[in-house]
Write a protein that binds this ligand. Structure first.
Ligand code: SF4
Length: 247
């Protein structure tokens, strides 16, 4: 893993999904096989494989303090093209530092992670005016998780963290994306821990080799996605959880 400390020129970028995205790191230690963020390499000049480099934006907090005074207040997605709670966050605390600034100034925040390290900032979430915290979880089966995202935290750790956040009164969601084999069982783990879920088929092209090596291609059919989305949306309806299907 090649880790470098970098000074960047800007930290709040415009986003098509939410109004702004904030990425305290370039690159991601989790290195998931299907990750669409690997396209970042084209723009950042990294030759290393995705998952084997991270640039730590050491001036992220300082920059954000300046940028919030210049930009129109709106929702900030943390992160978009990295996991804001990848292991390096335990040492650098950049996500935590940025969060405090946004929360203190009343900016709406959406967190998306795979890591229970997010719990470290639970007090900030509790006191923020408008904050959603979500976990990406593609399957209820930890064996499948290990095939596609071996470096990311286990499924149980993610659902337990969601429970702690939800029980603390924080608005929580699950991003079921990409839908992986075993996604149909996720509602059994999520029904008392999330306010809403997203379901997204997403682009699988980078995960193809994992599907092929493990003879899982039959999960890539339209019928599979349709039956999973029907099953999950039906269970959400019964549990009173909003289901947002985005594919
Ligand atoms: S955790 Fe998210 S950003 Fe990081 S490699 Fe996995 S999919 Fe990509």
């Amino acid at each position: 893993m090649i880790i470098k400390e970098k000074y960047v020129k800007t930290i709040l970028s415009e986003s098509r999904i939410y109004n702004y995205a904030l990425n305290p790191y370039t690159g991601c230690q989790f290195g998931c096989s299907y990750c669409y963020a690997r396209y970042m390499k084209k723009f950042t000049g990294h030759n290393e494989p995705w998952g084997e480099f991270v640039d730590v934006k050491v001036n992220a907090v300082e920059l954000l303090m300046k940028e919030i005074n210049k930009k129109k207040k709106d929702r900030v997605w943390i992160s978009g093209v990295c996991d804001p709670y990848q292991p390096l966050e335990a040492k650098h605390g950049l996500t935590g530092g940025c969060l405090e600034i946004l929360a203190d100034n009343g900016w709406p925040i959406v967190i998306q992670t795979k890591s229970p390290l997010v719990l470290r900032d639970i007090d900030v979430f509790k006191h923020a005016d408008n904050c959603d915290v979500g976990f990406s979880i593609g399957s209820a089966d930890d064996g499948i998780r290990r095939l596609f995202e071996p470096e990311a935290p286990p499924v149980t750790d993610r659902v337990n963290a969601l429970k702690e956040l939800h029980d603390a009164g924080i608005r929580t969601y699950a991003m079921i994306a990409p839908v992986l084999p075993g996604a149909e069982k996720l509602m059994e783990l999520l029904d008392d821990r999330v306010d809403y879920i997203y379901l997204d088929r997403m682009n699988y092209s980078h995960a193809d080799s994992v599907y092929k090596k493990n003879k899982l291609e039959y999960f890539l059919t339209d019928e599979y996605f349709e039956s999973v989305s029907r099953e999950i949306s039906g269970k959400c309806r019964k549990a009173g959880i909003e289901c947002r299907i985005v594919f």
